[in-house]
Design a protein around this ligand. Structure first.
Ligand code: ATP
Ligand code: MG
Length: 400
């Protein structure tokens, strides 16, 4: 007798009617990718749940990995037996007695296979009685048991579980298209990327840097942040944009109160070029309303004006504390607080306008010809692929 399976429950996916099959296939793919170094472990997909068949493998590292996969509501190690009363009793007894520090228990039986002769309610009684008479020192507590033994009699077999491990929820990455994440080295944008992935979206990233005013280590920090995010999905391509020339020109030619707004508009325009080329249909930023000068209603209006792409802002209504607590839980916080300069802080004046007026922004921009710098910037974009375990691989990719 052993826990030879892991039962995966989908949660929200069950609501998705028609798309369910596509979701479950994607989830199966995502799990398979996470355990590809364990060729003997198999995954069996059913309409309303999935089973990982361990074939002797240690369940703990697999459970650990599943805790990082979106689309899993909860999971449980499971004992699988044929639909036979005696076998079910044995398995329930094994579940109860194989765990230390358990004194009270409760049996919750569910019979979805109506061919099985004992009804759910009766099965509770039968199993509860059996456990009490075949073990020592245990008692039943239906309200707050140390262990809830769940018994599900299904078509193919009966599954017995005694632990319920919370998953991340969300939707499997790959079911909701792709977004271009504007990834800085700060606390917010990695969290925004995480939350977007949680809704099933794949991400690709763009990072603006300004060498030599920003250092290699500042760039490395962004790669490390991206690597943390790969743990929740897939390898991530980062488009690294050399932003120095454009920033220098902006800071020289645009009145200081407006340089931050113009710089952000340039970021959007460049992001749009990348999105067009890659067939990506939206952007994601770490903006949160009211946090800094660029995140007022007026600023967002002026910055958003240059693109018709949807800009996803998953943090828009969140408090900083909540954002920080997510960043701690996904292990990006310690990377984000490494003290390296960001391109925006290097060139941005002390007091950017918090309420930039769109006509003024356009007026200032129209007076300057940025074309040469823009072309040079686009031509200098470098694409780096970040995978979970390897160092980054460079891909050279000329945009124009
Ligand atoms: P973060 O913590 O993500 O850096 P922030 O609170 O510092 O955000 P801003 O500096 O106003 O806020 O940046 C707002 C958003 O603009 C960021 O969340 C990010 O999505 C994007 N952004 C800022 N700087 C860069 C950069 N150098 N490269 C790519 N995107 C950036
Ligand atoms: Mg920042």
């Amino acid at each position: 007798m052993e826990y030879a399976h892991i039962l995966i429950r989908y949660g929200e996916l069950t609501l998705k009617g028609k798309n369910r099959k596509q979701f479950t296939i994607q989830l199966q793919e995502n799990i398979k990718e996470k355990i590809q170094d364990m060729p003997t472990v198999k995954i069996k997909r059913q309409r309303d749940r999935m089973y990982i068949i361990l074939n002797g493998a240690d369940p703990d590292p697999i459970i650990e990995r599943c805790k990082h996969i979106f689309g899993i509501q909860s999971l449980s190690p499971a004992i699988r037996v044929v639909n036979d009363e005696e076998k079910i009793k044995e398995a329930a007894l094994y579940a109860l007695t194989s765990e230390p520090d358990v004194q009270t228990f409760k049996v919750t039986a569910k019979r979805t296979n109506k061919d099985f002769p004992i009804k759910s309610q009766d099965l509770n009684q039968v199993l509860g009685g059996y456990l009490l008479t075949h073990s020592d020192g245990y008692s039943v507590d239906v309200h707050e048991p140390d262990m809830e033994i769940r018994v599900e009699v299904r078509q193919d077999a009966t599954y017995i579980t005694s632990k319920n491990i919370q998953g991340l929820g969300g939707l499997p990455v790959g079911t909701s298209g792709k977004t271009l994440l504007l990834l800085s080295g700060g606390i917010d944008s990695p969290v925004a990327g995480y939350l977007t992935m949680k809704r099933g979206v794949k991400i690709e990233a763009v990072h603006f840097h300004s060498p030599p005013f920003t250092s290699e280590r500042a760039k490395q920090k962004v790669f490390d942040l991206a690597r943390s995010l790969t743990g929740f999905g897939h390898s991530i391509r980062i488009h690294v944009v050399p932003f120095t020339k454009l920033q220098q020109k902006i800071s020289k030619e645009i009145p200081h109160g407006y340089s931050m707004t113009v710089m952000r508009r340039m970021m959007m325009r460049i992001s749009e070029k990348i999105a067009e080329k890659e067939g990506i249909l939206s952007f994601t930023t770490g903006e949160s309303l009211g946090q800094v000068a660029s995140q007022t209603m007026e600023s967002m209006h002026a910055i958003n004006d240059v693109t018709s792409y949807p800009v996803l802002r998953p943090l828009i209504a969140m408090d900083k504390e909540d954002i920080i607590s997510i960043s701690q839980s996904i292990d990006t916080y310690d990377i984000s607080i490494r003290p390296y300069e960001d391109c925006c802080t290097v060139f941005v004046p002390d007091a950017p306008k918090t309420k930039p007026r769109l006509e003024k922004v356009k007026y200032f921009e129209d007076m300057i010809d940025f074309q040469e710098e823009m072309e040079e910037t686009l031509a200098g974009i470098e694409v780096v692929r970040i995978s979970q375990h390897s160092r980054q691989d460079k891909e050279f990719d000329d945009l124009l």
